[in-house]
Structure formats: structure tokens, C-alpha cells
Design a protein around this ligand. Structure first.
Ligand SMILES: C[S@@+](CC[C@H](N)C(=O)[O-])C[C@H]1O[C@@H](n2cnc3c(N)ncnc32)[C@H](O)[C@@H]1O
Length: 235
């Protein structure tokens, strides 16, 4: 049975990742799914100096075992790493301790219900927005935590014919239908959230009419974004 109801859906996510946590990194880099994670990591690595070097506070949504968190932490003042799975964050914390990285704060929470206080220079997410029940609502709320000129950066599933088969496989394995979006939908969500300078690129298996399986998205919050977001919500 697929979980439509939010509470049981969340429990399913939490239990799945609590179980997978000790083997997550191995699975992501040493098995058939590694093609996607390697591509995500390559894209991220190319953006790391531009987006994270010298950044102040960074918020990472669904940080998991910290595959992206640790390199980010080496470039910025502080990373707040949020995840719903305690075990995933425990793996992250152990890796950080082993590597002497001390500027990561882990927060166990459902990011759709509560976000950490304060503002951030960068808010990022890698392969986690797919799990959110209300992505437009989440982006609107997160954008309010961005400093003026701050950046939202994420890599997420692009809706496509090929992606459908991955979603199907995932539904069998996790009992969850993960979200995917078109570039147009993502642009609208970010515009409504008060972001401008929205850059969206498609990657991985870009073949005619399929357009790729991943979206890499960079958007900036401009000055006056609060009033822009409020105006967009009224229309
Ligand atoms: C596919 S993993 C990605 C982990 C990491 N970003 C990476 O790319 O290796 C998705 C992560 O999102 C987390 N997650 C899913 N729904 C969440 C929610 N509502 N709040 C916080 N974390 C959530 C899961 O627990 C899991 O660790």
C-alpha cells in the first residue's frame, strides 16, 4: 500500500532511512543507483566554490549521512543539517567527528512542520525534496529564512518518461511515490516564493524529448522578496 496520509507517510520515510543508515553511503556509491548520486555529486562539486565558499550559515534539508554536508562545512561558517531520521544524522555526526569537522549542527525534525530559527546565506537540498508533501509551501517558507541575496540550491528529480520507471521501482521498495517536477513547475514555485535569477538545468540521460532525469536549480532571493512573495500569494 502506498502512503497518502502525511503522518504514516512520514513514519515510513523515517523507518526506511533509520534502517538504511548504516549502509546508505555504500548503496549510493557502490551499487546500481550510484550513477545518479555520482552525477549529483559532480554537479555539486562544480558549484561548491561559487555558492558555499565564504558563506555564513547554511541550511541543508534532508542532509542524511552528510555526503554533501561535510564538504559544505569545510567552506562555510556553520551548517544546520536537518533530517527526519535520527540514524542518518548519527552517521553524519560520526563522520564529522572522525574527520574533525566541528561546525555542523544536526537537527532531527520534519522540515515541513518546523524549520530552524534564523536566516541563512544558502539553503540547499539534495535528493530530498522528492519526499515532501507540499514542495511549493516548503519553498515559500524556506525562502523567508534566506538573507537578502541568499541562495536556494537544490538537485531534485525531473519528471520524465525514464524517471517514471525509477519512481515505480521506488514505490515497490519504499512504499512511497516520490515526487518529480518539470522545470516549469519549479520556476513557478520559486517565483511565487519571491526568488529571482532562477537558473534550472536538466542532467542525466538527456535524450530527445526525455530531457534528463535530474534538475539542478539555483535561485536568489532578491531585496523586497517578502512583499513580492506576499503579492504572488494573493494572485
Ligand atoms: C535520498 S535521502 C538524501 C540524503 C542526502 N541529501 C543525500 O543526497 O545523500 C533523503 C533524505 O531526506 C530525509 N527526509 C525525508 N523527508 C523529510 C522531512 N519531511 N524532513 C526532514 N528530512 C526528511 C530522509 O530521512 C533522508 O535522509
Amino acid at each position: 500500500m502506498l502512503h497518502a496520509e502525511t503522518g504514516s507517510r512520514l513514519k515510513t520515510v523515517q523507518l526506511f532511512y533509520d534502517d538504511l543508515a548504516p549502509n546508505y553511503d555504500h548503496e549510493q556509491f557502490q551499487t546500481a543507483v550510484s550513477m545518479s548520486k555520482r552525477k549529483e555529486y559532480d554537479l555539486f562539486s562544480s558549484r561548491l566554490p561559487e555558492l558555499f565558499a565564504g558563506a555564513g550559515r547554511v541550511l541543508e534539508i534532508g542532509a542524511g549521512t552528510g555526503i554533501f554536508t561535510l564538504p559544505i562545512a569545510r567552506h562555510c561558517r556553520e551548517v544546520v543539517a536537518v533530517d527526519i531520521s535520527r540514524n542518518m544524522l548519527e552517521v553524519l555526526a560520526k563522520k564529522a567527528a572522525d574527520e574533525g569537522v566541528t561546525n555542523i549542527r544536526t537537527v532531527i525534525c520534519d522540515v515541513e512542520k518546523s524549520a530552524p530559527d534564523g536566516t541563512f546565506s544558502v539553503i540547499c537540498a539534495f535528493a530530498s525534496l522528492e519526499y515532501m508533501a507540499d514542495v511549493p509551501g516548503l519553498l515559500r517558507r524556506l525562502a523567508r529564512h534566506l538573507e537578502p541575496g541568499g541562495v536556494i540550491y537544490f538537485i531534485t528529480a525531473r519528471r520524465s518518461f525514464l524517471r517514471f520507471f525509477i519512481q515505480f521501482g521506488n514505490a515497490v521498495r519504499q512504499r512511497l511515490w516520490l515526487k518529480s517536477h518539470s522545470p516549469w513547475e519549479i520556476r513557478e514555485m520559486l517565483r511565487t516564493a519571491g526568488c529571482e535569477q532562477i537558473e534550472i538545468q536538466s542532467h542525466l540521460f538527456k535524450v530527445f524529448r526525455c530531457g534528463g532525469m535530474l534538475l539542478e536549480v539555483v535561485a536568489r532571493r532578491t531585496a523586497g522578496a517578502d512583499s513580492l512573495a506576499a503579492r504572488n500569494q494573493k494572485v
